[in-house]
Design a protein around this ligand. Structure first.
Ligand SMILES: [Mn+2]
Length: 293
């Protein structure tokens, strides 16, 4: 049977219409009551539900602690690739899906932009399931009037492949430059000339080109810049970041496999990356009673 049609929550969606209590019963980890920190917008991605790497418990804690007007799921939410090979779906992974569905029902605008690992959901682009809108990409307008392009980021894989090749060539060129440097300076020394670093200037640039992450960020920001937006929000490379590149704001919401990070927009348009492991550590330091409970 198809791995996606086997996902238990899909069968439950039809049954759950207007039935909140039933949804509550489905939680293996009960939803935490109490006041939630509110943001204007939350972006999360690269959760990889259906894999052992997914940190679902940490994400559940996050979802039970925060709320927002809008929530973007920026791709690789469910790992269909891995599910096809080996079906793995613990209760906590269902809990994540149900929490998102419940949020949509409560009035949060939920926009789901499938990534490459959950590309099977891209065929539903333009449709809406239980209040969750499925989009290929989105334009988000911040409270301070900036337009941000929201996409997963695998759109740049082909360009990055070329860059990886370039980086490889660059690395070889750099190694050659270093060797040449030795020869050039041996000659210069014999001629009584002072040491002169041939590679010094190239060094920083080539090293930068070798770094996959920084190249990805530059490619994405550049592409967003050509589309006339003020910034871009993506995921895909599992590296949370916010920085300005060529006058374009680059945001990456990270992942819930290792980093456990989310990108949030405050009500004044200010952006922030939340590191949830740190937030939990702070909270448990404040309230030792909670750990005991
Ligand atoms: Mn991806």
């Amino acid at each position: 049977m198809n791995a996606i049609t086997r996902l238990p929550f899909l069968a439950d969606v039809a049954l759950s219409e207007g039935d909140d209590a039933a949804a509550d019963d489905r939680f293996a980890i009960p939803e935490r009551e109490g006041k939630r920190r509110r943001y204007r917008t939350i972006w999360i991605s690269d959760i990889h539900l259906g894999t052992r790497g997914c940190n679902a418990k940490m994400l559940i804690d996050f979802l039970d602690s925060v709320d927002s007007d809008t929530m973007y799921l920026v791709g690789d939410i469910i790992d269909g690739w891995r599910l096809k090979k080996r079906f793995y779906w613990p209760a906590a992974h269902n809990d994540v899906v149900w929490r998102v569905m419940k949020r949509a029902k409560r009035g949060t605008r939920v926009v789901y932009i499938p990534g490459n690992h959950d590309e099977m959901f891209r065929q539903f682009t333009g449709m809406s399931f239980g209040g969750v809108e499925i989009r290929r990409k989105a334009i988000h307008e911040t409270a301070d009037g900036r337009k941000l392009l929201v996409l997963h980021g695998d759109e740049f894989d082909t360009i990055m492949l070329a860059h990886r090749w370039l980086a490889f060539v660059g690395d070889a060129a750099y190694t050659m430059l270093m060797r040449l440097n030795v020869v050039v300076n041996a000659v210069r020394q014999r001629l009584g000339l002072p040491y002169w670093s041939l590679s010094k200037m190239a060094k920083h640039k080539v090293k930068n080109a070798v770094s996959f992450i920084s190249r990805f960020e530059e490619v994405v920001a550049h592409e967003a810049g050509t589309r006339g937006v003020d910034g871009v929000v993506c995921g895909h490379i599992h590296n949370a970041e916010m920085r300005e590149i060529e006058g374009v704001a680059y945001y990456n919401d990270g992942d819930w496999v290792e980093g456990c990070t989310a990108l949030v927009e405050h009500f004044d348009g200010r952006m922030e990356v939340l590191h949830w492991a740190d937030e939990i550590a702070l909270r448990t330091a404040d309230e030792p009673a909670r750990i005991a409970a």
